[in-house]
Ligand binder design. Sequence first.
Ligand SMILES: [Zn+2]
Length: 236
Amino acid sequence: MSGSYLKECWYCDEMVVLNVPSLKNRIFHDECFGDYQKEKEEEKEEYVRLKIEIMYERSLRMLEKQEGVCLAEYKEAAEVVRDLARKDTSKFDSSHEMIAAMELINNRISTKVQYSVGRKRVDMLLPDLKVALEIDGHLHQFRIGKDSERDVEILNTLNEKESGWEMVRIPTKFIEKNVSKLVPAIKAIHREKQSLRAKNGGFIPSYYSRHNLSAQLQALDGVNDKTKTTYEILEE
Ligand SMILES: [Zn+2]
């Protein structure tokens, strides 16, 4: 039998008897470790709860900064988003997603947030528009590019029941600057992708992947000049 070793418990400061000398980690009594874990778990829950509230407040301030946006018109949609976020803290990853949801709800577009499509999840599913929407921080995602493997998997699942679905990615900067143009932009990109597929045997041609600003702008026919300008800024 090996000798016993005494170490101070990290939680209660009393001694813990060990059979082996402790190495680098903190030492707890078994019971203390349970209490400590529980305390940390509660802190984490509180942190997530506060994170949601801060995200929500930030989304309202971002809306207030946008020209032509009247917050009173967003109150009902904002509260729907807030309640959903409080009920399920995994629903929104960012203020931008919250704003997008508010805009969609305001436009009476059915919106399923953090929706599972087969093995994948999309930020929002818009069955009325046949769009799987992703709110993306990366500007390059804005281009209409050929489908990634992930896109193909998601689209195959969605198109099984009824064809005509598209993935649409909208960058966070667009949400920040032009949220009132979100719905026409989504519709325009969906339309353009569908027409590209119709001309190319169901595929988005690979030359759409890069440096194709003119195609991007054509996709926005029906969206006003202010949006086009924003798209140009985003492309820079
Ligand atoms: Zn202890």
